[in-house]
Design a protein around this ligand. Structure first.
Ligand code: 5AD
Ligand code: SF4
Length: 490
């Protein structure tokens, strides 16, 4: 049986694509192996969001090229955003590569492999499926799925954030029919999945192409002080209606997350959905990118800091205890010390529980290339260190504040030491010991200790859980939501 290895770089969308590539390969008789030395086919699923990712690919291809010298039949393929953006150029510069596969061309993989086998020059398939978009679903096989799964609801991006390569690598926005999304979630839940994360580049700009969704409560309303009504109407989407539909039609889904929303589509109606839907996790990853209005304008982010903050505040008052995480770019062209300090100020006020910071890097064919990349590299790094010091402290303080609290933790994996790892509703990683199988169980856990990036807890006395097999095919209903058995004296 031929063997393959998949190496994935980048975001959850790429991980989702890699899972689908694996399914296609298994479907034509390949088996997956962990070590490239044992593989006949190696697929590198690439990311091009920052320059570093590109350097990683180059060194990986170089290393695999040496392996290929020893094993001439080895096939090396490059998939994902770099293949899409620079397929031709990369194929010329890296002769070790046998084929290129864009994110919308995964189903063509068997045909491409056949061409490679017949000796064709490196096939390059990087065509966007603009007229008939396809959305690949997970093969939901009972007992083979994990506790959590990603489900794509839209792909591509119509924003034009001036630093970002994604509109080029993933193309314009295309949406999946709500009925398909719900069917996939239903299948996953029947196969044993408890938590679904909806995926999309600007996931909350979602609209149902089949037009099946009713208007969500609060649609077109704004009770924000800083957001004008015209903008609120323009930024409205059907995403809150989709969330409501999923929760209504798949009531056995224990937890629902989504990533990544664009702040301008974080509308009043979406905040009401958070207030009303108990399955929606109490955590939102809301990329802000900068705390300075001047920089946000140059980034073409289409919101002000006042708007961002009032949405964060409204979300938190609708759902007490909701945590926010964010992405920030430091050293964007023209970012002054005062702009950067505005970002520090924002972090101090919002207190993110998760923080992803990056130094700006120039990307091919992006509008920001017209602006001189004028913040010296050393200064960019120093700013990043400075903001990490602040946000690391915020995270540690947040984790510390949870000691003694009761959390609902979904068991996801077992570690090498036999302990389990899961996530709370607020997205904190929690380690705990458990006698039985904690995977895919929603466990009541009392937090006993805070580490730098995670928590430790003990499962509350008396909780025995359900055997996994009994949950598959008839996932337990959601009636236990937020009703934690509270340990007296905790
Ligand atoms: N330089 C640095 N960071 C970037 N990101 C996107 N493009 C760039 C770039 N050119 C960051 C943003 C985004 C995250 C996924 O990557 O913060 O939210
Ligand atoms: Fe890139 Fe902006 Fe689209 Fe996000 S919203 S993918 S940062 S262009």
């Amino acid at each position: 049986m031929p063997a393959f290895t998949l190496v994935t770089f980048g975001c959850q969308m790429n991980q989702h694509d890699s899972d689908r590539i694996g399914e296609v390969l298994r479907g034509i008789g390949y088996e997956e192996v962990a070590e490239p030395v044992h593989a006949d086919l190696i697929v590198l699923n690439t990311c091009s969001i920052r320059e570093k990712a590109e350097q990683k690919l180059r060194s990986e291809v170089g290393r695999l090229g040496l392996l290929k010298q020893r094993k001439p039949g080895l096939v090396i393929g490059v998939a994902g955003c770099m293949a899409q953006q620079e397929g031709e150029r990369l194929a010329r510069r890296m002769p070790q590569i046998d084929f290129m596969l864009g994110p919308d061309n995964i189903l063509e993989l068997p045909r491409i492999l056949a061409e490679v086998e017949l000796g064709a020059p490196p096939p390059i398939r990087t065509v966007f499926d603009l007229n008939a978009p396809t959305f690949l679903s997970a093969l939901a096989e009972p007992g083979r799925t994990g506790a959590t799964a990603f489900v794509t609801v839209m792909k591509g991006c119509d924003e034009r954030c001036t630093y970002c390569v994604v509109p080029n690598t993933r193309g314009p926005e295309r949406y999946r029919a709500a009925s398909d999304i719900i069917d996939e979630i239903r299948r996953l839940v029947v196969a044993g999945v408890r938590e679904v994360t909806l995926l999309g580049q600007t996931v909350n700009s979602y609209r149902d192409p089949a037009g099946s969704l009713a208007l969500a409560p609060g649609a077109g309303e704004t009770h924000f002080e800083h957001t004008r009504r015209a903008a609120a109407l323009q930024d409205e989407s059907e995403f809150p209606a989709l969330l409501r539909d999923i929760c209504e039609r798949v009531p056995d889904l224990a937890r629902l997350r989504y990533t990544s929303p664009h702040p301008r589509h974080l509308t009043w109606s979406l905040i009401l959905a958070h207030r009303d839907l108990s399955a929606l996790a109490r955590h939102v990853h809301m990329p802000v990118q900068s705390g300075s209005d001047r920089v946000l304008k140059r980034m073409l982010r289409r919101y002000s800091i006042a708007e961002y903050e009032e949405r964060a505040t409204a979300l938190r008052s609708a759902v007490p205890g909701l945590t926010l995480s964010t992405d920030v770019i430091v050293g964007f062209p023209g970012e002054t010390r005062a702009d950067f300090e505005a970002t520090l100020g924002l972090a101090e006020r919002v207190r993110f529980s998760g923080f992803f910071g990056f130094t700006y890097s120039e990307r091919p064919n992006t509008p920001a290339l017209k602006l001189p990349d004028d913040v010296p590299e050393l200064e960019k790094r120093a700013r990043l260190e400075e903001i990490f010091a602040l946000t690391d402290r915020h995270r540690r303080e947040h984790l510390q504040s949870l000691v003694g609290q009761n959390e609902r933790v979904l068991g996801e994996r077992r570690g090498k030491n036999g302990d389990f790892m899961g996530r709370s509703e607020q997205n904190e990683i929690v380690h705990f010991a458990f006698e039985g199988d904690a995977i895919a169980q929603m466990l009541p856990v009392t937090i006993t200790e805070a580490y730098d990036n995670s928590l430790r807890g003990v499962v509350q006395a008396g909780f025995t859980g359900l055997p996994r097999a009994s949950m598959i095919g008839k996932a337990p209903s959601r009636t236990v939501r937020r009703a934690l058995p509270v340990v007296s004296g905790a």
